[in-house]
Design a protein around this ligand. Structure first.
Ligand code: ADP
Length: 497
């Protein structure tokens, strides 16, 4: 039986999906690893733990299916950074997208005279998530480590080097570093100057359909595959999620809510909006993925459940128990509003000092109102990005969804009502890993067009006009609330330890 593996090296876990030659999922595997927080604003992971999970995921699929894969395609989270020495050894743990240590550095670069042009040239918002800001932080705050670093790589490059002994990075991951010129497909001189590194300290950038064969024997044995198995470099998780959820034509957005969240559309040219700092990441020659990310996706719900209600969300039934209540609570939670900015926020406000709030609390509000308000608040955070995208000329007619939240029909209906757009659920497996398999099928010549695969059944959630009317009013308060509280949030930020 012929099949292709797509593998998504995510923040919480690595997920692999195997599909047959017509894109049907035949096997999945997943291995989790922890996020380390050695200091309050730091977010790190051990590269070796991720490498072992990568091996286990592939092994898991091959051991179950028995046959060898026709290709393995890689996807990974964006913005990770590992400084490495001359022998390829990490000089520290990997810094993840969620790390906020370079918040002040980012603020400074964004306000500098280079800020706007750097954003336009690189397509990457100037924020602590960006490797550009992380490298500059290391230069200023960990100078001896910075000087020791012979290279700066992402987790995907780290794994690719283990497989093939070469440093190569796809255009998609490169275009999320703040160091890459998205129009010229080369490292961006201005960025290199700002963070004080040379292009030779970065990997060779290659297209997302670039393939390599010739694994070292020891590695092939570890993975239980043949040395001549083709590997395709692939793209970032965000870009692949658009591909995997059939959102690569204009008008169709892909929306993901996992730990964090994002909404993205495919465009033929970058969509520039310095105020909302929509990102523009390259997927193919003539396709950019444009949109905005939020910090506070499922992680905000998890905080609410664990810290507020003291219940754990370990299993699907825990989620069902908690979220059942949202169906019987009215839209707008009887005037209770949640600003979800527990981890600061990225798009469209780009404020790492922002904090969360419940507003409008009255004595008739009960736990179910709070639960629904949390879901509504996370949904409105994404809605505010969609508004910014539409005002930059990116029309959106429907939204294809992915991420862990798709298991809750109530949440999907709330999203439809907040957005006033049809919400389309195609599959509940990892859209990025699925997108990677689609790329593999195309590179192998097994499909002509991605649309050839677009025959799957779908579940559509249509907006309810009466609920959207409520959300229009509530959303106005939601936006005003942030504007009014913004300075006070900055004052409170100084009391964090
Ligand atoms: P990531 O890939 O970012 O680690 P996932 O895509 O696996 O995350 O999604 C995890 C999130 O999905 C959780 O934080 C939670 O908000 C949501 N989620 C997971 N399971 C369920 C469920 N059964 N019902 C509703 N939401 C869920």
């Amino acid at each position: 039986m012929g099949y292709v593996i797509g593998i998504d090296i995510g923040t919480g876990s690595t997920k692999a999906v195997a599909v047959n030659y017509v894109g049907k999922i035949i096997e999945t595997s997943q291995v989790s690893y922890p996020i380390l927080e050695p200091e309050p604003t730091f977010s790190e992971q051990e590269p070796e733990a991720i490498w072992h999970s990568f091996i286990k995921c592939i092994e898991g699929i091959i051991n179950t299916l028995g046959d060898q894969p026709s290709a393995i395609v890689l996807g990974s989270a964006m913005h990770s950074l590992i400084p490495i020495d001359g022998e390829g050894k990490p000089l520290m743990n990997m810094i993840t997208w969620a790390d906020n240590r370079s918040a002040l550095v980012a603020e400074r670069v964004r306000r500098s005279q280079d800020g706007e042009i750097l954003y336009e040239e690189t397509g990457t918002p100037i924020h602590a998530m960006s490797p550009l800001c992380k490298i500059l932080w290391l230069k200023e705050n960990a100078t001896s480590l910075f000087n020791q670093a012979s290279r700066f790589v992402s987790i995907k490059e780290y794994i690719w080097f283990k497989l093939f002994g070469v440093y190569e990075v796809d255009f998609s991951i490169a275009s999320a570093t703040g160091l890459f010129n998205i129009n010229r497909n080369e490292w961006n001189d201005r960025s290199l100057k700002v963070c004080g590194i040379r292009a030779t300290q970065l990997s060779k950038a290659v297209p997302t359909d670039y393939r390599r064969e010739g694994l070292q024997r020891g590695i092939a044995d570890l993975l239980s595959i043949k040395t001549d198995t083709p590997f395709i470099v692939g793209a970032s998780d965000g870009c692949l999620a658009n591909l995997g959820s059939f959102a690569i034509e204009s008008g169709t957005a892909a929306l993901t809510i996992g730990t964090s969240g994002a909404i993205r559309v495919a465009t033929h040219k970058p969509s520039i909006n310095f105020r909302a700092m929509t990102f523009n990441y390259r997927l193919f020659d003539n396709v950019f993925i444009s949109g905005g990310p939020i910090n506070n996706g499922g992680i905000a719900l998890k905080w609410y459940a664990e810290s507020f209600l003291k219940i754990s969300l370990a299993s699907p039934s825990d989620y069902d128990k908690l979220l059942d209540a949202i169906d019987t609570t009215p839209a707008g939670s009887n005037g209770l509003i949640f600003l979800p900015y527990l981890l600061g926020e990225r798009a469209p406000i780009w404020n790492s000092q922002a904090s969360g709030a419940f507003f409008g609390i009255r004595n008739y509000h009960s736990q179910t109102h709070f639960t629904r308000a949390v879901i509504e608040g996370i949904s409105m955070a994404l809605y505010s990005i969609m508004n910014a995208m539409e005002s930059s000329g990116l029309a959106i007619t429907k939204v294809h969804v992915s991420g862990g939240f798709v298991h809750s029909e109530g949440w999907l209906q709330i999203l439809a009502d907040v957005f006033n757009k049809p919400i389309v659920l195609i599959h509940d497996e990892d859209a990025s890993a699925i997108g990677a398999t689609f790329l593999g099928l195309k590179v192998l010549g097994l499909i002509k067009e991605y649309s050839d695969l677009n025959t799957m059944e779908r579940n559509i959630f249509l907006p309810k006009a009466e609920n959207h009317a409520v959300y229009k009013l509530i959303f106005k308060v939601y936006q005003n609330l942030y504007e009014k509280l913004c300075d006070d949030m900055a004052t409170l930020a100084q009391f964090r330890s």
